[in-house]
Write a protein that binds this ligand. Structure first.
Ligand code: FE2
Length: 323
């Protein structure tokens, strides 16, 4: 891409959803692996097990995906993007951990915040992956493997996927402002991507294969907006025990467990009570900025290397029918 971006963001920080009942959503998020950071009359901040003071913000109101936050690499980057056309003046974030923010609207009309200086908190327990004895690599000698049942240990907010009219022009918008790079494109014809997996440009420092995924809204009946939200868990056992916990609570499963092809994550997808899709994943690919974008035909076939087939409902927010 020839355009020099205004800044290069480091990561995503949190999404913002809006739902009519914060109590019902909080109970669901606890089953998913999150804990209350702060509750106010009109909003809820929840954290995972990691060092972010919150990884999800829930507002009270009609069901909606409001937007999300990207993390600037420095205060000077925050200043630079805030001075750019279409961005709001910098304000202090009224949320746990403080920090500063600016915001704009993306081509879909979502609020895109850029944040910096949110203070980390102590992790809730260990985030270490469990030691494994596999192949010739025995990490656990003289000790047992005992998995505590319960919700997944959520390390961080990892990525989000959006359904958009045109993935290529959407990426051009995000690249010009935030430096997002294409990791893999799935093309319906040469030069016509129907999905683009994009990552942050951290130079020589590796980062997740995808931080944002832009998918053509052809697959979602022409409806743009949220495809899914995704949190990284600590290891593969967390994907499995988290699944068992959600199932035991009678939550609505969407797709998994499987291993994706592009990005390679082991994944499991669940629907919240208003039909938004939330993902648990672990063991994704790490690319630095030198890795060239891959181009794949849509005939690449499986979106996963193993696991159940993708359901036809995947990638769309489907509100449950009310009696
Ligand atoms: Fe995902």
């Amino acid at each position: 891409m020839g355009v020099q971006p205004i800044i290069k963001v480091r990561d995503v920080a949190y999404p913002r959803l809006q739902v009519p009942d914060l109590d019902i959503m909080e109970a669901w998020l606890q089953d998913f692996g999150m804990a209350r950071a702060e509750r106010r009359d009109d909003r809820l901040f929840v954290r995972g097990s990691g060092t972010a003071p919150y990884v999800h913000v829930i507002h009270q109101g009609a069901p909606a995906f409001l937007g999300f936050a990207l993390e600037a690499a420095s205060r000077s980057d925050l200043d630079r993007i805030a001075d750019s056309e279409g961005f709001s003046p910098i304000t202090i974030i009224d949320a746990p951990g403080g920090g500063c923010r600016t915001a704009t609207r993306d081509p879909l009309g979502l609020e895109v915040e850029v944040v910096f200086g949110i203070e980390a908190v102590a992790a809730r327990g260990s985030l270490d992956p469990r030691p494994l004895n596999m192949g010739e690599q025995f990490q656990r000698i003289g000790a047992t493997q005992r998995i505590k049942s319960g919700p997944s240990r959520i390390k961080r907010f990892g990525h989000l996927a959006l359904n958009v009219r045109d993935p290529a022009t959407t990426l051009a918008w995000y690249h010009a402002r935030f430096g997002l790079l294409a990791s893999d494109r799935v093309n319906v014809a040469p030069g016509m991507p129907v999905a683009i997996f994009t990552r942050c440009d951290r130079g020589t420092e590796p980062t997740d294969h995808h931080t944002m995924l832009f998918a053509s809204d052809m697959a979602s009946g022409g409806v743009s907006g949220l495809n899914h939200l995704s949190w990284e868990v600590c290891d593969i056992d967390d994907v499995h025990v988290g699944r068992e916990h959600l199932a035991a609570k009678g939550r609505t499963h969407e797709w998994g467990i499987g291993r994706h092809l592009l990005g390679s994550q082991v994944f499991d997808y669940w629907r919240d009570p208003w039909g938004h899709i939330h993902e648990h994943w672990t063991d994704g690919d790490q690319f630095d900025a030198s890795v060239a974008a891959g181009d794949h035909s849509i005939d690449i076939g499986a979106v996963s290397q193993w696991g159940p087939n993708m359901p036809a409902t995947f990638g769309r927010t489907i509100a449950p029918k009310t009696a």
